[in-house]
Design a protein around this ligand. Sequence first.
Ligand code: IMP
Ligand code: MG
Length: 182
Amino acid sequence: MNAIPPSTLPSGISRILIDRESLLNRIDEMGDRVSRDFKESDLCIVPVMDGGMIFAADLMRAINLPVTLAPVKASSYGDATTSSGTVSLAWGIPEKIRGKDLLLVDDILDTGRTLGILASRLRDAGAASVRTCVLLRKESAGHLAADYVGFKIPDVFVVGYGLDLAGYYRNLPFIGIPEEEE
Ligand code: IMP
Ligand code: MG
């Protein structure tokens, strides 16, 4: 899937794991699937900021239904490449999720802590239903599931397409592996 020769990779990136075309093709399929599944629903997209925003923006445009948008801001990682084990919710829960069928959208399912905590907080806050959608799912997610998964990937630290390393690389239009990971 590596369409870009290594010599033209952005600095700090050693390899492309999933290229842009593969991402967009898969997101189109996911959008079709969501459009079918939520036909009778009052769908509200809930991107998990900051990492979920890039994926959610493309996914929304692949959904062929009226939707609303209610971002939440969570973070479970500091500047390290391993989980800090805490999830903080900086903006609280948006009032407009009450009574809606939510699709919680994040970049990656790793330990599942972020989505697990957010889903139960949203249910408690009066969502009609909560389903989860991730672009990537790591092997380390074990038995944990999301309702919609774009790609299953090995347990490597990845960046791009919303995913960061110390705040950088979110804007890369592909999923890549940083040099320090290899
Ligand atoms: P979880 O709560 O352990 O499932 O972690 C999910 C969050 O951790 C995601 O929203 C990401 O922000 C972050 N994360 C997990 N794996 C990676 C990675 O490989 N690269 C960048 N961020 C990651
Ligand atoms: Mg994140």
